[in-house]
Design a protein around this ligand. Sequence first.
Ligand SMILES: Cc1cc2nc3c(=O)[nH]c(=O)nc-3n(C[C@H](O)[C@H](O)[C@H](O)COP(=O)(O)OP(=O)(O)OC[C@H]3O[C@@H](n4cnc5c(N)ncnc54)[C@H](O)[C@@H]3O)c2cc1C
Length: 428
Amino acid sequence: MTTQSAKAADLNAIKLDAPIFDPQAFRLTDAQAEIMSTARRLGQTVFTGRAATYDREARFPSENYKDLHTSGLLGIAIPKKHGGLGADYQTYAITAAEIGRYCGATALTWNMHVCSTLWSGPLADDLEMDAATRAEHERRRAIHYKRIIDQGAIYSQPFSEGGAAAAGGVAFGTEAKPVKGGWIVNGKKIFASLSGHADYYGVLCTELAEGEKASRRNTLYLAVPAKAEGVSVVGDWDPLGMRGTVSRTLIFKDVFVAEDEALMPRGVYFKAASSWPHMFLTLSPTYVGLAQAAYDFTVRYLRGEMPGTPPVKRRMYPTKQIAVAQMQIKLEQIKAIWFQAVTEAGPNPSKEQVLRAYAAQYSAMEGANEIATLAIRTCGGQAMLKSLPLERIYRDSRCGSLMLPWTAELCLDRIGREALYEAGESDA
Ligand SMILES: Cc1cc2nc3c(=O)[nH]c(=O)nc-3n(C[C@H](O)[C@H](O)[C@H](O)COP(=O)(O)OP(=O)(O)OC[C@H]3O[C@@H](n4cnc5c(N)ncnc54)[C@H](O)[C@@H]3O)c2cc1C
């Protein structure tokens, strides 16, 4: 047996962690369980060991992306007829949570990549399009999917600009001027995860003909080739957490983008954002994984079973037991509401379902950090050293509430208002 195949055999012999969502208890199919276990195996055997280096060096997890490609997970949401795994929204979400458990930065950046296929794939299939537009979309998305499946191409999602556009308030400031065969794109995107590492930047911009007024209805979703002339990455990246996402600033200066780079036909992104709101819940699976990771760490540490630490048991103290009970209750609450929200995701949800999606996002984003905070207090000083993953989980989990368009603040804002006012109502 060669060394390499011996190593592969070792990996297969490893006892996998129990899934976050037990397939039987959560009524998942065998196919879903298999995709989740591929992610868990990669996470547990490979990603977890690399995570500290990516974090310390604020370096993009390029090696993990090669593994995601080899294992098929780069094409998780690409329809089977295009060579992908054909996962639907729920399958993607529960799989992404498994990746987040082992490396937050990989899960979060993988989310940006997968969403370019999920939104142009199963989600777009739910939206109304006339036959000609549908056929054009089908032809174009096949080009993107082929790049991912055949070459391991990586896509990102730089939407944020520092103003109100990423929160859905106004039209994007990045502009696409129609020209023969495509568009000329000008603008700037901040916090662009995967910058310098994605092959295509999936940019939201406003199509603007000469003399026209910017409108959110004219939002275009274009894959800008990273190597196109006029694309540059600027600024440094030295944040509190999610350091491996490398979310620097992207500048587009007179970049020509060909028509076939459109990830969605004209007008379809606007339709998607208004009729498929759960598309914005896709940033949360990473943080469900981090919540589980903080809990897993605590149980192992208190049992004296954490690799890299002396086998000292601390589980006999009643205060530790109460803290673990609080963490477990919080984790089950997050899992329950979040699983319901990702299971019922679909077009034209009811008001109750939209409010639940906000509540699920808030619960995952704030809850992951609450569990990590309790984990640090409960495990104590020796557990927050940088040689162990807990302090990274704590820092990474703090970033969830900041993710536009559904930041924790915006979720509170919308739940409060939409619960108290029906559409069109005011007090004037
Ligand atoms: C690790 C990480 C990776 C990221 N990756 C990406 C990426 O790949 N692509 C991408 O597009 N973005 C990404 N983001 C960006 C993110 O979505 C935010 O745009 C970013 O954090 C900068 O926004 P801000 O908090 O400075 O926003 P500001 O606009 O300054 O808002 C500050 C806060 O005010 C609140 N707020 C904003 N607008 C309103 C409003 N209308 N009403 C009430 N309250 C409001 C929100 O709670 C917001 O958090 C990433 C962020 C992080 C932390």
